[in-house]
Write a protein that binds this ligand. Structure first.
Ligand code: XIL
Length: 379
């Protein structure tokens, strides 16, 4: 009786011990997997990056710094190297924020991408006008571009590994965008930006960067532009697919066709601004043109108090599908950069409607890893 009891006792406790040990092992390996982080999990595939704002770059959010140290191997300045951030009204330079970015990247030994040298957005009108308010001519704009690009690329020469040299030169009509740059200098403004950057920093990897070029229509326009640039001997080394995508589109096969099309041109593929919008889109064409604005309405902001289980599952599955595709084409892809670290700081909280609660990234508003993070890590 005693023996049976003790035997029984022994059996039970052995079963329990085994179960506990298994559970402990599982938890330890889950914790270890979380500690490993994305950048190490993807080390043999491609770089994992994030855009960072100035608060992050100045170390104001130690929890975000920790995430970056563990999960991200590359950083892009969200705003601090844009014309409007760097230049004063009288054409001078204010380097504080850009330097903070560069210092952060150096301090944490991160691959760093400059963003951006020629873009119609966040560039004051005054750049393109004279004192009387008339548009300047080609020679004057060329001179301004030369001063801007040689100074900026020169300052960080050898520290920025890549540049989104030209941003968004193709319009939503799939024609060349009628920006001031284009109107004044023609398509040659693109050539100029690339040549200038290449002369100053010949080792920097130069990208043409744009949105919606992962979908048909704009993809063909982009391929045609890249072919023209290459035929003119423009030093373009890679394509930056911004990839501001939604949970339900564009399709994986659309994106795949795009990866293949750009790689066939001999270009390295970078996903430069990935985020996955779960909020309702109230416009016909998904656009990332930053001047686009729509009115706030509560029904356009359905996840104010958090994602529903269904929405969260959709987001996680979408991230998993996207990264499966990226892994499939890892031989063509150098980097996948998310446009932000955590949802609280995503630009989509204010674009294209101000004041919504967006959930497009891998870390939530409390800066905790989301299911999407764990799914991407597990791949
Ligand atoms: C966005 C920033 O995230 C915002 O903080 C800013 O107010 C507007 O610009 N495409 C780009 C990025 O190339 O520079 C944009 O960044 C997002 C769309």
């Amino acid at each position: 009786m005693d023996m049976r009891l003790s035997r029984r006792g022994f059996v039970v406790s052995a079963g329990l011990t085994a179960a506990l040990a298994a559970q402990a092992k599982f938890m330890a390996s889950a914790a270890a997997a979380e500690r490993v982080g994305l950048k190490d999990a993807y080390r043999d595939r491609f770089l994992i990056g994030a855009a960072i704002n100035t608060d992050i770059a100045s170390g104001k959010h130690p929890d975000v710094t920790d995430i970056i140290k563990r999960d991200f191997g590359s950083v892009t300045p969200e705003n601090s190297m844009k014309w409007g951030s760097l230049r004063t009204a009288d054409g001078g330079w204010q380097w504080e924020e850009a330097d903070l970015f560069m210092n952060f990247a150096r301090q944490h030994n991160l691959h760093a991408v400059g963003h951006t040298l020629a873009w119609h957005g966040q560039t004051p009108e005054s750049v393109f006008k004279d004192a009387k308010g008339a548009y300047i001519g080609a020679a004057d704009l060329a001179k301004k571009m030369e001063a801007h690009i040689t100074t900026l690329v020169g300052r960080y020469r050898g520290q920025l590994h890549a540049w989104d040299a030209v941003n968004e030169a193709i319009g939503d009509d799939n024609q060349m965008r009628k920006s001031h740059y284009f109107n004044i200098l023609g398509e040659g403004f693109i050539d100029k930006a690339f040549h200038l950057a290449h002369e100053v920093d010949p080792k920097a990897h130069l990208l043409y960067n744009d949105y919606n070029i992962e979908r048909g229509g704009k993809r063909e326009a982009c391929v045609a532009l890249l072919k023209r640039l290459k035929s003119r001997g423009v030093p373009v080394h890679g394509i930056g697919i911004q990839a501001h995508v939604a949970v339900d589109g564009p399709s994986i096969s659309e994106i795949e066709q795009s990866i293949v099309a750009y790689a066939e041109l001999g270009l390295r593929v970078h996903f430069t601004e990935l985020d996955v919008d779960v909020l309702p889109q109230v416009w016909n064409l998904p656009v990332a043109e930053i001047s686009t604005r729509f009115e706030y309405k509560p029904e356009r902001d359905p996840f104010k108090n958090g994602l529903t289980t269904a929405a969260n599952d959709k987001l996680s599955s979408r991230y998993e599908e996207l990264f499966k595709l990226f892994i499939k084409h890892k031989d063509k892809i150098d980097r996948v950069t998310l446009w932000g670290v955590s949802d609280d700081a995503s630009w989509l909280n204010d674009f294209p409607i101000r004041g919504r609660t967006a959930h497009p990234l891998l870390f939530d508003r409390q800066r905790q890893p989301k299911d999407a993070y764990r799914r991407v890590l597990a791949l």
